[in-house]
Design a protein around this ligand. Structure first.
Ligand code: MTE
Ligand code: MO
Length: 199
């Protein structure tokens, strides 16, 4: 299935691989703990904290503008995958349905199965971020976060919560699961923001 997508020449590819990373073959699965089973019927996205509470269903998400995205994916365990092809909804389009407190500067992403990861509002609001429900033209497989995950291409992939179930808006920064366990609070791959020790 991957073979039918255009592959860029080597030289161009290497410039897109951040320092300390190598290209993965295939698309590895990186999950801490169990893979939750969530159907599209039961899937909900809840909004709480420093924002007006709201709940979105699968059909609410499907009613929002749908886009295809091609994005590079960088795991802090040193593999990268270029040109991953997704379909989903832009974070900025989701945001047009929310009423967020002006004091909210951070968020916590919450997953089914209790994974969390923090992100600043500035990093979250970037145009290229999206909620994905389709991967290479197929429903997002559960091991990759289906039915719905967040994708934040400009940060290490631990900042892209699989099985997304909630967005908690925060006035003060809080730390998510990996961040409490020593990973960097921001996680920008070109700056190798891997661990909390380096900034
Ligand atoms: N809910 C949840 N989201 C998660 C993870 C996880 O364990 N649980 N792992 C993160 C990490 S470390 C990476 S690299 C990517 C991996 O996504 P993939 O399994 O689709 O490759 O998901 C991120 N999102
Ligand atoms: Mo990762």
């Amino acid at each position: 299935m991957l073979g039918k997508f255009f592959q860029k020449p080597e030289a161009d590819q290497s410039q897109r691989v951040p320092p300390g990373q190598h290209l993965a073959s295939g698309f590895p699965v990186l999950t801490y703990g169990q893979t939750p089973e969530v159907t599209t019927t039961e899937w909900q996205l809840e909004i709480w904290g420093a924002a007006q509470s709201a709940t979105f269903s699968w059909s609410d998400l499907m009613a929002m503008p749908q886009h295809n995205f091609t994005a590079d994916f960088h795991c802090v365990t040193r593999w990268s995958k270029l040109d991953v092809q997704w379909t989903g909804v832009k974070v900025t389009d989701l945001m047009s349905h929310l009423s967020v407190d002006p004091k909210a500067l951070y968020l916590m992403q919450h997953s089914y199965g209790d994974y969390t990861t923090n992100i600043s509002l500035v990093d979250f609001l970037r145009q290229e971020n999206f909620l994905a429900h389709t991967l290479f033209g197929q429903p997002l497989p559960k091991e990759h976060g289906g039915p719905v995950r967040l994708v934040v291409p400009h940060l290490y992939a631990w900042k892209s919560a699989k099985w997304l179930r909630g967005l908690e808006f925060l006035e003060q920064e809080d730390l998510g699961f990996w961040e409490r366990n020593g990973y960097h609070r921001r996680g920008e791959p070109w700056g190798e923001e891997r661990y909390s020790g380096n900034g």
